[in-house]
Design a protein. Structure first.
Length: 462
């Protein structure tokens, strides 16, 4: 009889010890959950909360765990999980506190559920009618839901109650800027600065106001003041870079980008800003080059094109325009290089007569076969290009290949049968081939179309 009794007693003792250890473990996890969540260590807090719940706790402790779990989930922007936790708490708690409702309201604001947020925050204010923090969040939810008047009245009331409440003033200034009431926003922001001259965000708000007023000079002064008070604020530095770009102060903009990279090499958008600066610098140089061409200062224009291409070597138009200018300056070899590069970067340039340009360059370089080949490419794309037809007639006539020249002259007449040019040229070719009668017939057609047309090669039939 003794052995079964002893065994039963041992089982009871071990069971009691196990339950006791589990309870102690759950209590420790609860305390760690609260401590970690309160000091901002939210991932460890979530882990400890979940461990405590798995270990099993009483109803009061479970409600406490749900609160801190919701708080930590919300703090790391896992707001759907936060909502699940706070909803369980609200449904299970026999006495919901103002802070429970407040947390529920904050979570709904983050989820952009402003109607639900207003409901919870109004409940929170009933429990804590003097809480300025709750009123601020209620004002935020109201503003986001479209009730701007009520939101602004709450914020105004806050700093009438506490004249040092710069947070409510800041929120009100943001609202007024959003509404376009810049004068009042500026007055309130100035008041914030009087209370707290070291508050960098107030100067950032003044920067935003200046930008909206298109006062770029004051905008730069204000963003500089914000940076002086918070030198490692990447948001401010990026805004300064954008403003410097707008003011065409590209080197200063690039310098500030290097500061941002030193602070955080992984800042998103920095490579794009660098590229934008280079593109804008190249665009300005491109404009200067075109202006120099208008003034017939071709050397200066080439210098601007060179600088623009160094900054943006993938812009086909820069090569295309520089190539045309080099051709005009009789620098044919470099012109050829530019036009070939331009064509390789942008196939659509064939529609801009690039093949004709290359054909004319090869003609000047004495590469007749290449010239004819490229101009034929041009005519394949645009069979009605009169200039291309005239260049082919010229090339073949100069070498005495009148049959080929005649073919292009006939095409010229097909393109524009009412123009005397084609008939005159074909008449000249017939003359060179010894067919004086046909030449005169064609020249007579020219006079018929234009009695004042000058035909230098016209001869009488023998």
């Amino acid at each position: 009889m003794k052995n079964p009794i002893i065994k039963s007693m041992l089982i009871i003792i071990f069971g009691f010890l196990f339950l006791s250890q589990t309870s102690i473990s759950a209590e420790k996890n609860l305390q760690k959950c609260k401590e970690f969540s309160s000091i901002g260590l939210h991932l460890p807090a979530i882990e400890q909360c979940q461990k405590a719940m798995r270990d099993g706790v009483n109803r009061e402790a479970e409600l406490e765990l749900l609160y801190y779990l919701a708080n930590s989930y919300s703090s790391i922007n896992k707001n759907k999980l936060a909502k699940e936790a706070i909803t369980k708490l609200l449904n299970a708690s026999p006495s919901i506190s103002a802070y429970d409702y407040y947390l529920a309201g904050l979570i709904e604001i983050k989820l952009n559920n402003n109607k639900e947020a207003i409901f919870y925050l109004e409940k929170a204010i009933l429990g804590e009618p003097n809480s300025i923090s709750i009123k601020r969040q209620l004002a935020r939810a109201l503003f986001q839901s479209g009730d701007t008047r009520k939101a602004n009245l709450i914020l105004t009331g806050n700093f009438y109650e506490d004249s040092s409440d710069t947070q409510s003033m800041t929120q009100l200034s943001e609202n007024l800027i959003s509404e376009g009431n810049l004068i009042k926003a500026n007055l309130i922001t100035n008041r914030i600065i009087e209370i707290n001259p070291g508050y960098s965000y107030a100067y950032y708000l003044k920067y935003i106001i200046s930008i909206k007023e298109d006062d770029l000079q004051n905008a730069l002064a204000n963003i500089n003041k914000a940076i002086m008070r918070d030198r490692e604020n990447i948001r401010y530095l990026i805004e300064k870079v954008k403003l410097l770009i707008t003011n065409k102060k590209y080197d200063l903009a690039k310098y500030n980008l290097t500061i941002i990279e030193q602070l955080n090499p992984n800042t998103p958008g920095i490579p794009n800003l660098y590229e934008n600066i280079l593109d804008l610098q190249a665009a300005d140089l491109h404009s200067y080059a075109r202006e120099m061409i208008k003034q017939k200062d071709y050397e200066s224009a080439i210098n601007y094109y060179n600088k623009a291409i160094n900054l943006n070597p993938s812009d086909a138009i820069l090569y295309f325009e520089r190539g045309q200018l080099l051709s005009k300056m009789k620098n044919y070899k470099n012109a050829e290089n530019d036009l070939i590069i331009a064509s390789s970067l942008n196939e659509n340039l064939v529609a801009s007569n690039v093949n004709l340009m290359l054909g004319k360059i090869y003609y000047q370089l004495g590469e007749r076969d290449k010239s004819i080949a490229f101009i034929d490419k041009e005519l394949t794309i645009n069979a009605n290009n009169k200039e291309a037809l005239l260049w082919q007639i010229r090339s073949y006539s100069e070498t005495g290949e009148y049959d080929f020249a005649e073919d292009y002259a006939k095409k010229l007449i097909e393109v524009d049968p009412l123009s005397p040019d084609g008939y005159s040229i074909l008449g000249d070719i017939k003359l060179m081939k010894g067919d004086i009668q046909k030449s005169n017939e064609l020249h007579n057609k020219v006079i018929e179309l234009d009695p004042n047309y000058n035909i230098a090669t016209r001869k009488k039939s023998e």
